[in-house]
Design a protein around this ligand. Structure first.
Ligand SMILES: [Zn+2]
Length: 312
């Protein structure tokens, strides 16, 4: 019960969340109770709150938080949304990215290329060199060498040259850069497998469809994995090379698969993922309803026997 109580106590520092469940927060008896009593928060709600209050954080910012870094969230909404992070938030969020890299087998001495925006957590959590107040990014923790390229399609030629000259172990790439990059790499390199071991495709609250993933694997001649981002919940999950489900972590997140109305579904059901973040203290995410369709599976993969597993 302690994580719920701690989280809800912090979350009440946020005017929006206090308004949503202030009266209920002290009365939660377990996971089931939590899902029944605590209402979901939607993106539309955050947008409406920002429009009406004028608060850039959509009234999510906790008074008790020590906001050090503010980032624009990557949503195509009619008004921009922002999150703020403390030193501790950055540390735990970067730990999630470290685990994603680790699941892929990345380790000491490996080059890791990133073809994504600077405001993507895939980039800004990679190294303390990129982000103020981040003491240890994923690359720093694992002893990897990060190599960054701007995440815009017309930088594809440079991304290909990074592969050609640096031969990184993996390339993390925005999904909207994947096609232009593929065309450029076919033109310059032929099959990619001689230049890197895997591609990791990522976008915020989206997921490359399985059929497209298979087609790219065949076309490019190397494994293509997916990394799941739900930025408003500071959430990351990595597709496992072994079980091909997404792995995420119970000490960082509580993941539910729910209908839009907020009811739970059984294991294997296809609904939307809702994220509760245990570590985000400045802009808490409590039952944030994402636009990602997915279902939560039982734990039990060899690569992380206790990990949360998600099909999306
Ligand atoms: Zn697995």
């Amino acid at each position: 019960m302690r994580p719920f109580k701690q989280l809800l106590r912090y979350a009440l520092g946020s005017p929006l969340l206090k308004k949503k469940f202030g009266g209920l927060a002290t009365d939660i008896a377990g996971f089931k109770d939590f899902s029944v009593k605590i209402p979901l928060t939607t993106l539309e709600e955050l947008v409406a709150e920002k429009m009406s209050s004028g608060d850039p954080y959509a009234s999510r910012l906790c008074e008790n938080g020590a906001a050090l870094v503010t980032l624009q969230l990557e949503y195509d909404t009619e008004t921009r949304l922002y999150i703020a992070l403390s030193r501790q938030d950055l540390k735990r969020y970067a730990e999630a990215l470290r685990r994603c890299w680790s699941l892929l087998g990345l380790g000491k001495g490996d080059g890791v290329a990133i073809f994504d925006y600077g405001t993507s957590p895939v980039s800004y959590l990679a190294s303390s060199a990129f982000t103020p107040y981040l003491s240890q990014g994923a690359a720093d923790a694992l002893g990897c060498l990060p190599i960054c390229n701007d995440g815009v399609a017309n930088m594809s030629q440079r991304a290909v040259e990074i592969l050609k000259f640096m031969r990184p172990q993996a390339l993390f790439i925005r999904s909207d850069c994947l096609e232009p990059f593929s065309i450029e790499s076919e033109r310059q390199l032929g099959r990619l497998s001689g230049y890197t071991r895997a591609l990791v495709v990522t976008e915020n609250e989206g997921c490359l469809p399985k059929a497209e993933q298979d087609a790219y694997e065949k076309r490019l001649g190397l494994p293509v994995y997916r990394l799941l981002r739900i930025d408003a919940g500071m959430f990351l999950a990595m597709e496992c090379p072994e079980c091909r489900l997404f792995h995420s972590w119970k000490d960082l997140y509580y993941v539910e698969s729910v209908t839009r109305a907020g009811d739970d579904v059984d294991e294997g059901g296809q609904n939307y993922l809702a994220i509760t973040n245990w570590f985000a203290r400045v802009c808490p995410a409590v039952r944030y309803l994402s636009q990602v369709k997915g279902s939560v599976y039982s734990a039990g993969c060899r690569r992380g026997p206790a990990d949360i597993r998600i099909a999306a």
